[in-house]
Design a protein around this ligand. Structure first.
Ligand code: ADP
Ligand code: MG
Length: 274
């Protein structure tokens, strides 16, 4: 059956440009960047250090804004929306996985995993239940009340993946998720991402490891803030279809927005250190 192309487009970037500095110090992390992402794609982004990979993910993830250009998420131009709306959209639609896991050190892992559900309208109990279910999937149910430092790197990254999928987001963004892991833990993390993709989720992942591109349906090489090569290894018609079940939402207020902010600030801080 023929499907309308536009219905399947999740993300559309048009002429996206990220500029730093002015005049003599002017530089471009992204330059007139165009990209269309369909539901069910597993895109891997490669390219030399400094070519704009993280900037791209941060903009797609609504953690950062482009200097110019358009960003359509589900057909809605989200480039110019308020920070508040960005935060809501981010919590609902986007799951993040970072190289350094970015868990909150002083929160038990079950609470770390429940953080993205703060905007969801679930009660605290429901949020912890959902977090617990997500942790089970990664065989971490016996460690729910451990603190992040009590887990290995591989386990911490699995907690981070549980956190990324707990709100059933439309897109999962992963910035070198295996960059700090040994090969065995990397393999486990990649198998988890593969399973999540096969359930119909859309994933965009940055990696330095060409061996990992076997998991991708599309490999994009970037150079100097632009796309150098873009190769689809799976035809659009053969991308997995979503099988997620949407659950009805309830209204609830719960103050831990601060923790969500903390988690994101941690990412920004680790960016600045580089
Ligand atoms: P990658 O993830 O591919 O290594 P980045 O997206 O982190 O690249 O960075 C792209 C370019 O933007 C780099 O040249 C980097 O120095 C520059 N850049 C990133 N963040 C800032 C910033 N806050 N101020 C100035 N330049 C920045
Ligand atoms: Mg980077």
């Amino acid at each position: 059956m023929e499907q309308k192309v536009s219905e399947n487009v999740l993300i559309e970037l048009k002429g996206l440009t990220k500029r730093y500095g002015y005049g003599d110090t002017e530089s471009f992390a992204l330059k007139d960047f165009n990209l269309s992402v369909k539901r069910g794609e597993f895109i891997m982004i490669m390219g030399p250090s400094g070519c704009g990979k993280t900037t791209l993910l941060d903009i797609i993830g609504l953690l950062d804004r482009a200097s110019y250009g358009e960003y359509y998420l589900n057909g809605e131009n989200v480039a110019g929306i308020s920070a508040r709306r960005q935060a809501r959209l981010r919590a609902k639609k986007i799951g993040f996985i970072f190289q350094n896991f970015n868990l909150i050190d002083d929160l038990p892992i079950i609470e770390n995993v429940s953080l993205p559900l703060i905007y969801s309208g679930y009660s605290k109990t429901s949020r912890l239940k959902k977090a617990s279910t997500a942790l089970k999937r990664f065989h971490l149910e016996e460690r729910e009340y451990y603190l992040p430092y009590q887990l290995s790197g591989g386990q911490q990254q699995r907690v981070a993946i549980a956190r990324a999928i707990v709100s059933d987001p439309e897109i999962i963004l992963a910035d070198e998720p295996t960059g700090n892991l040994d090969s065995r833990s990397s393999h486990i993390v990649m198998e988890e991402l593969k399973a999540i993709h096969e359930e119909g989720n859309t994933i965009i992942m940055v990696t330095h490891n060409p061996a990992l591109t076997v998991y991708a349906t599309r490999v994009i090489n970037m150079l100097d803030g632009q796309i150098d090569t873009d190769i689809k290894t799976v035809a659009d018609a053969n991308l997995p279809q979503p099988i997620s079940v949407k659950i009805k939402k309830k209204k609830d207020n719960f103050a831990s927005l601060e923790d969500v902010g903390k988690s994101l600030k941690k990412h920004k801080k680790s960016r600045r250190k580089k």
